[in-house]
Design a binder for this molecule. Sequence first.
Ligand SMILES: [Zn+2]
Length: 50
Amino acid sequence: MAEPTQPVEVVCPRCRRTQIIYIPKEAVPVCPDCHVKMVLREILREGKSY
Ligand SMILES: [Zn+2]
């Protein structure tokens, strides 16, 4: 059974750069400027709780 991909916004905690990724297909990226791991900002899909 395939997990549905869903878009999430990740943000760099240092420079505030944002990027949209699709989980679980893509891993949380590292900011190319700060070299720190970006953090999930918001689950864009509504109506689903974990
Ligand atoms: Zn950054």
